[in-house]
Design a protein around this ligand. Structure first.
Ligand code: FES
Length: 483
């Protein structure tokens, strides 16, 4: 096998597709359903406008770097468009403008000046941008950036996935990738081993391959996992121009508008927080819905979901080799679809030993990612703080019998802190509440029915299986005699 790709979200699927197209054999391995989880939960804004404002990128990293980051996003959108055209994929890909606008909670005068500067800076770096005192619908100052895009990620990935199997290439879904060995390079899949010339780890929060435990732990300190919420709603046709919108609040709200036959559909997101650090996550949805209704009183909310985004100390992703012939792409922030695609393009270049214009910029070993960034220190306080806090915190003294249906609790049971859950049918499952990454105590997320770790953001299903890393092992099930 030429390349093994672990993880079948946007990065993994695009990598496998591009390699197959180029005539190489590839094995794509996915723990769950291909194209599921975070790639399925995205709101699929295709934009080169980064979470970190252009002016901040310039002040932190300089004009050349900032320009290169945005150019990378633009190249990824072009790549997606080229694939959609070449393969004639019906995935609702459409070029639309993006609007970065002042939120109703910000000081208009101050923000207007900052946004005008942002617009001038974008123009100076070669990106078309127009400042407006009143952007469509919101009527607030903002910047219009033409030529962003949107699409339906599941339809897009579904079409790409069909192109991968055959002529020596394979897709293995619902398959856990286990141990990775360096000599020979191979990944364990069930009882089998896939030997390969190159390995791409496209698991959102990366498995660390053969970089060693210390290196893996250090790399993890540079990744900060946040949960972001979204609601979908029907709105009357023509309520708001079809576009992508982002406000300037911290954390920011994002809005995507799709025009449809009988009505329009909006997806409104925000209310981000570090994974595992909010007790009542249902309130994040409630606040989001309330904000949407204040903007569009006629909206009929029919869907709610959440996804995870990974931030980095300097606001740009980590894409490159962590060890010989082992490639990782992560830390995409709110630009998962664009940086994920760019990561795929870069992994193909790395495998083929071709020069890539972004290789140095997104180098996973770059020093400036952490040097001088207060964010790095702030974010990493969580591990010791939550480790001590949650171990000292008394688990609820209650009985398993008191658990309601579809409810989970960390409770003290026979001297142990256990993660206990009663499903909709009344069956109780009990697991160790100790996160299998670095031993913090998990928290119950009632809105999503998951166990979330406040230290580095691992998430587990109510029944203990890993949903997203850095943890790679499920919560330990406790036998009946242990309960
Ligand atoms: Fe690191 Fe749980 S201890 S994610």
């Amino acid at each position: 096998m030429d390349v093994a790709v672990i993880g079948a979200g946007i990065t993994g699927v695009t990598t496998a597709y591009l390699l197959k197209k180029a005539g190489y054999t590839v094995a794509l391995v996915e723990r769950g359903a291909c194209g599921g989880f975070d790639s399925a939960n995205t709101t699929a804004h295709l934009t080169y406008v980064t979470d970190t404002r252009l002016s901040q990128l310039v002040s932190k990293l300089g004009k050349v770097v900032a320009q290169s980051v945005w150019t990378g996003g633009a190249a990824a959108i072009d790549q997606i468009e080229a694939i959609v055209r070449a393969e004639k994929i019906e995935c609702e890909f459409r070029r639309v403008p993006g609007y970065l606008h002042c939120s109703p909670k910000q000081n208009v005068k101050k923000e207007a000046a900052a946004l005008e500067q942002e617009s001038q800076l974008a123009n100076e770096l070669g990106f078309p941008a127009v400042f407006s005192k009143s952007v469509p619908f919101f009527g607030r100052p903002g910047v219009e950036l033409p030529d962003q895009a949107k699409f339906h990620p599941i339809k897009y990935l579904g079409a790409l996935l069909k192109k991968i199997p055959g002529h020596g290439s394979h897709v293995f879904d619902h398959t856990d990738a286990g141990e990775i060995t360096a000599k020979p390079l191979a990944v364990k899949v069930g009882k089998e081993k896939i030997r390969c010339s190159y390995l791409v780890l496209a698991t959102h929060n990366p498995l660390m391959g053969n970089t060693g435990t210390v290196a893996a732990a250090l790399f993890q300190t540079k990744l900060f996992l946040y949960t972001s919420y979204a609601v979908g709603a029907l709105v009357p046709r023509g309520s708001i121009p079809e576009a992508c919108y982002w406000d300037t609040q911290e954390p920011y709200h994002y809005l995507r508008v799709d025009q449809r036959r009988n009505h329009d559909y909006v997806i409104f997101g925000g209310e981000d927080h570090k994974t595992g650090q909010v007790k009542d996550t249902g309130r994040n949805y409630d606040r989001l819905e309330k904000t949407l209704l204040s903007l569009m009183p006629e909206a009929e909310v029919d869907r709610r979901w959440s996804g995870q985004v990974i931030e980095t100390p300097d606001g740009i992703p980590f894409i490159g080799e962590t060890a010989d012939r082992q490639f990782v792409a992560t830390g995409f922030g709110g630009n998962g679809m664009t940086f994920g695609t760019l990561g795929a393009m870069m992994s193909v270049d790395a495998f083929l030993k071709r020069q890539n214009p972004w290789a140095k910029l997104f180098d996973v070993h770059r020093k400036h990612a952490i040097v001088g960034t207060g964010k790095y220190l702030r974010e990493n306080r969580d591990y010791p703080v939550y480790m001590v806090k949650n171990w000292l915190h008394k688990a609820e003294r209650t009985t398993l019998a008191s658990l309601k249906r579809n409810e989970g609790k960390v409770i003290k049971y026979e001297g142990h802190k256990v993660a206990a859950f009663r499903n909709a049918h009344g069956t109780i499952s009990v697991h160790s509440a100790i996160c299998t990454h670095l031993q913090c105590i998990v928290e119950w997320n009632q809105a999503e029915k998951t166990w979330d770790c406040p230290c580095h953001g691992s998430r587990f299903a109510a029944t203990g299986e890993v949903l997203s890393g850095p943890a790679e092992e499920p919560l330990a099930p406790l036998k009946a005699s242990d309960k």
